[in-house]
Write a protein that binds this ligand. Structure first.
Ligand code: GTP
Ligand code: MG
Length: 334
């Protein structure tokens, strides 16, 4: 049961591009934010290396994948040998150390899928999540950063979509809507599916060198800087198409979006046809490296309706509103 509505985009859609680009520019992190971030990393490095001198500190998430704003938190992964201890023991010890070193609101969250210590740094005012040996997160951070270098429309689209999602209240995984990471993956897949393509599928491209991890892909993205040049679509048009795709074209019942393969595949192929535990698989977004992980797993019957209504609203505002750059981002109020 596919709903396919053939709709033409309004003729003057491109006139909204400058306004959207200006908004995108205003969302990019300031130099001040970047230096605060560095300050946090420096003081954290100091605390950690006293106890674990061989630990390596990696930034992941939006502070390192180039999709971060001035409001983004700092995500840190510690890579270390854990020997006979467990990750949870390390995290509890880390929490102790951070409290002693005067970090604030230090909290070990050990029951989550990815156990973390969350804290805030009074020096920079930033909050920070720290995980241990989560090398998938480090790998997907680099993947997103590499995709962002191929065509600037990805960063523009993803910043606008993340901003829209925050203001419209649909970027809250604890309430059954989608993570920032999921929205970026949706944007990448969407640009892989444009005709002509705006992004390639890096994981499907020929390997140019051998690597001993599974997280390999073609990462010489400087060779691909004009990949999307044949496609001239403006950012306003693409934003409308993005909402239109998720409102009217995506086959929620049968399909899974896959950045790994650069296309959509079926739920059947993934065995994601029924609810398994808490994974409902109503809106399916395959993680590019942890392929058994559905980034839409938190979406339930109620929130899928809310999401689809918001996608429809986004498409309608861009199609009919006289001032879509303002109306689109009006905060949701009950
Ligand atoms: P903002 O902090 O909202 O700017 O975006 P972010 O990309 O940092 O998102 P978030 O803090 O939610 O997630 C941090 C990182 O965790 C992501 O960028 C991924 O690298 C990694 N990650 C892996 N799997 C998941 C997942 O299922 N959900 C989320 N949220 N993150 C995941
Ligand atoms: Mg983050």
């Amino acid at each position: 049961r596919m709903r396919r509505r053939q709709v033409e985009c309004r003729g003057d859609i491109d006139t909204f591009t400058p306004g959207l680009i200006a908004l995108y520019e205003s969302l990019k992190p300031s130099e001040e934010h970047k230096s605060k971030q560095q300050q946090l990393v420096d003081s954290l490095t100091k605390s950690v290396s006293k106890e674990w001198p061989n630990a390596q500190l990696h930034l992941y998430g939006s502070c390192a994948n180039s999709f971060g704003t001035s409001h983004s938190d700092v995500d840190v992964c510690l890579q270390m040998e854990i020997g006979t201890g467990s990750t949870v023991e390390i995290l509890l010890r880390l929490a102790e150390i951070l409290r002693t070193d005067n970090f604030e609101s230090v909290e070990a969250i050990t029951g989550a899928r990815v156990p973390i210590v969350r804290m805030s740094d009074p020096g920079s005012g930033l909050s920070c999540d720290i995980c241990i040996n989560n090398l998938f997160a480090v790998a997907n951070t680099k993947l997103l950063k590499d995709y962002a270098q191929i065509d600037q429309r990805l960063l523009q689209l993803a910043f606008l979509v993340k901003h829209w999602a925050k203001l419209r209240g649909v970027n809250e995984t604890y309430r059954g809507t989608l993570s920032s990471y999921a929205y970026v993956i949706m944007c990448i897949n969407f640009l892989q599916l444009r005709e002509p393509k705006i992004l390639p599928c890096l994981q499907a491209m020929e390997q140019t060198y051998f690597d001993d991890t599974e997280c390999t892909y073609f990462d010489e993205v400087h060779q691909l800087h004009d990949f999307g040049a044949e496609n001239k679509e403006s950012i306003a048009k693409l934003l409308w198409e993005f909402f239109h795709y998720w409102a009217n074209h995506h086959d929620y019942r049968n399909d899974v979006i896959s950045v790994r393969l650069g296309k959509t595949i079926t739920k059947q192929e993934k065995n994601w046809t029924t609810r398994i535990g808490n994974d409902r698989h109503l809106m399916c977004i395959e993680d590019p490296f942890e392929t058994g992980h559905d980034l839409g797993r938190v979406v339930d019957r109620q929130t899928i309706r809310i999401l689809r209504e918001e996608f429809e609203r986004g498409a309608a505002v861009l199609q009919y509103d006289h001032d879509p750059c303002v109306t689109l981002f009006q905060p949701y109020t009950v």
